[in-house]
Write a protein that binds this ligand. Structure first.
Ligand SMILES: [Zn+2]
Length: 711
């Protein structure tokens, strides 16, 4: 008596930002430079679906189709006991002996599951639901009931609603992903039982079909489960009941998808036959004919096969042009393919028909934030939350946007609220870990992200987050393992790829680093940090043109950091483009006036353009900013020596040798300075040191010092 499936949501979060420095020093005679590398950001997503269904009793024709092949799994004798939380509205409790009657209906309705799939439903929790708000339909009430009533993990839910003020033709409704069946509780117990039987089958993956004997029949003609749906239920027997995770493991999805395809063929055939007879379309059947395509789209989505998702949803829309869920799935597919405007259009089309559709508002929020419209996205989440205050995914995403705007305290507040509503919300925990990480509370961050992983070991985002914390704690190897895990779970995790690139850059394994950065840029061309990493890597590999190109892209994408300007300045130095190099060094200094590296680069540019006094001043400034700036010390010392400023040259070499005690060239040059200062004994010692470190010293210099000492 109704159709309409409900919203598939997707959730985004961020991981990110590790502000580590990578500085393999390069010193070329007079020119010194250093490179800094920086950070990453990340996004992950999950989804939920609500599949709606219906019941009615009208008979059209007989179709006796036998399925061409039915794949039934081997079933052991072992019974799986599934704990069930039973939620009833207050109106149910006004009936006499209500608990007894509900128990009886449940045990009857679950008999087919017990008999054919060895599933035993065991009531483990009873609650009375007293909602605060009003609802305009049965489906809305069912969804709100699911959100309002907490239950333990791996517990299925059954809702019974007796109130009569919900205008809807529905007898029942199921939320597939959440593992919940909701039915109307009426005085007609046979009808309630039958509705529950139908909804319970949906919870285990069954879809509407064309089979006059089946309880899943489009026209509600049958009393038993058809072979195809039975096989689907049997394959789904081990399904999970965790609100935040897809219920079916990968290995089950393919066989179930092929069973859905069989049912889709039956439906197509029925459609053709009806058409040939000039009869009504399938759309007029009491149960929604597009059901099977929605489930196919959902599986394709979980398999990250977005084109298949779109096609299946399109077919659903053809069968039922009113299917908002079909549009929603199309929007999600397009959004994940990066076609953001198309996705936003699809969501707007849904909202025109149903402005209060919380999950679609929520999905719109995701698309807008991906597009960079952070304000618009915040508004969309707020609207969703005004309708569904307990939609923890919306709270978490809103926090994500606030984090991006640097509003950490507000983000923390929202996440704490989300977790008070559902302490087992893995993405919320991962995002909260990000807040702590940003506040420098690493221990707390690690604790929080570990909890997230306990609830969902396959949450790529949480692995990336954990990697970042470990990295900052100096545990690079463990961090790299986490980043790699994130990428195994989600090969399109651009930020994990970027973070791995950073780790390899630190290890000076440039080829590996380049590959990971390249991967990050390919996955997410808008990720500025990945362009920066790639540019830095290419710079170190000597591919200067390409390096400049990527560093410029990072800037164009809004990454205005000291590191980008410094590296760009170094790249221009390599290309001997002195004014450009100086310009970038100055931009770095505008952001960080105490940057020794920038002063050093600026000195190089001045020197190369013949501005010797400026160069001296700039290198001295570099050393004032950082007494341990080897490049500046080395450059300054060499220039002082060339300018015959022996005393300052000697002092500078002495400072440099404290940092580089094993560099024979420094000893050699210091020996020259001492010789000129007539400190021959010191000059001799330095020269001996240079020789012992393997330098072939100039024989003339050696002779000259020897002569002076003998004298
Ligand atoms: Zn149904």
């Amino acid at each position: 008596m109704f159709n309409l499936a409900e919203g598939t949501t997707s959730i985004t979060t961020r991981g990110d930002s590790q502000g580590e420095k990578i500085s393999p020093p390069r010193i070329l005679q007079i020119i010194g430079k250093r490179y800094n590398g920086v950070k990453a950001k990340a996004k992950g997503r999950r989804m939920n679906i609500f599949v709606g269904l219906s019941l009615a009793f009208s008979f059209i024709f007989e179709l006796n189709l036998l399925p061409s092949s039915t794949i039934a799994p081997f079933l052991s004798d072992e019974i799986r006991e599934v704990k069930v939380a039973i939620f009833v509205d207050e109106a149910v409790t006004f009936r006499e002996r209500w608990k007894e009657r509900v128990s009886q209906i449940l045990s009857q309705a679950s008999l087919p599951l017990e008999k054919h799939a060895r599933l035993k439903l065991v009531p483990a929790q009873w609650e009375v639901w007293k909602p605060q708000q009003k609802f305009s339909s049965f489906e809305e009430a069912a969804e709100a009931m699911e959100e309002d009533m907490p239950r333990e993990e791996e517990v299925m839910a059954i809702g019974l609603i007796a109130r009569r003020d919900l205008p809807s033709r529905l007898f029942g409704f199921s939320l597939y992903q959440q593992g919940m069946a909701v039915v109307r509780f009426t005085d007609n117990e046979a009808q309630t039982r039958r509705a529950l039987e139908h909804e319970l089958a949906h919870v285990f993956g069954a879809v509407h079909t064309v089979d006059s004997a089946s309880v899943m029949d489009l026209w509600n003609r049958g009393q038993t489960l058809d072979a195809l749906n039975l096989a689907i239920i049997q394959h789904s027997r081990e399904r999970g009941f965790n609100r935040f995770r897809f219920p079916l493991p990968k290995e089950k999805r393919e066989v179930i998808l092929s069973l859905y395809q069989e049912i889709a063929r039956l439906i197509k055939r029925a459609e053709n036959e009806l058409g040939a007879k000039g009869l009504a379309t399938l759309k007029e059947a009491p149960n929604s004919p597009e059901d099977v395509y929605l489930n196919m789209a959902l599986l394709a989505l979980e398999n990250k096969d977005y084109e298949e998702t779109f096609k299946a949803a399109e077919e659903a829309l053809r069968l039922n042009p009113d299917s908002l869920e079909a549009l929603n799935l199309m929007g999600i597919a397009r959004r994940r393919q990066g076609a953001l405007d198309e996705a936003i259009d699809l969501y707007q089309r849904i909202l025109q028909k149903k402005p209060d559709y919380a999950r679609v508002l929520y999905n719109l929020g995701i698309a807008l934030s991906k597009k960079g419209d952070l304000q618009g996205s915040l508004e969309a989440y707020q609207k969703a939350l005004a309708i569904r205050p307990r939609l923890v995914e919306a709270l978490s995403n809103q926090a994500d946007v606030l984090l991006r705007l640097g509003r950490e305290d507000e983000a923390e507040e929202l996440l704490v609220r989300a977790l008070s509503l559902n302490p087992r919300f893995p993405l919320g925990l991962a995002n909260l870990a990000e807040v702590y990480f940003r506040k420098g509370e690493d221990e707390r961050a690690l604790e929080t992200v570990t909890m997230a992983l306990a609830y969902d070991p396959e949450l790529a985002e949480a692995h990336n987050m954990k990697g970042k914390i470990l990295h900052r704690q100096g545990k690079r190897e463990q961090a790299m393992e986490e980043f790699k895990l994130a990428m195994t779970i989600d090969p399109s995790h651009a930020k994990a790829a970027h973070n791995l690139g950073n780790c390899y850059l630190e290890l000076n394994q440039l080829q590996e680093a380049k590959e990971y950065f390249q991967q990050a840029v390919t996955i997410s061309p808008g990720l500025a940090e990945a362009h920066e990493g790639l540019g830095t890597c290419l710079l170190l590999l000597g591919n200067i043109e390409e390096a400049i190109n990527h560093l410029h892209q990072a800037l164009a994408l809004g990454l205005n950091t000291v590191a980008v300007h410094l590296n760009l300045s170094s790249a221009y130095i390599q290309k001997k483009l002195w004014p450009e190099a100086a310009e970038e060094a100055k931009k770095a200094l505008a952001l960080q006036p105490e940057s020794a590296l920038a002063w050093n680069n600026l000195g190089i540019c001045s020197f190369q353009q013949g501005e010797i006094e400026e160069a001296l001043a700039q290198w001295r400034q570099a050393i004032r900013c950082d007494r341990k700036s080897r490049q500046a010390l080395s450059n300054l010392a060499t220039l002082l020596l060339a300018r015959e400023k022996w005393e300052e040259a000697a002092a500078t070499y002495e400072d440099l040798l404290k940092l580089e005690p094993d560099n024979p060239v420094n000893y050699n040059n210091l020996a020259v300075a001492f010789y000129r200062l007539k400190e021959f004994k010191k000059a001799w010692d330095c020269l001996q040191k240079a020789i012992s470190l393997g330098l072939e010293v100039h024989p003339g210099l050696m002779e000259a010092i020897k002569k002076e000492i003998r004298r």
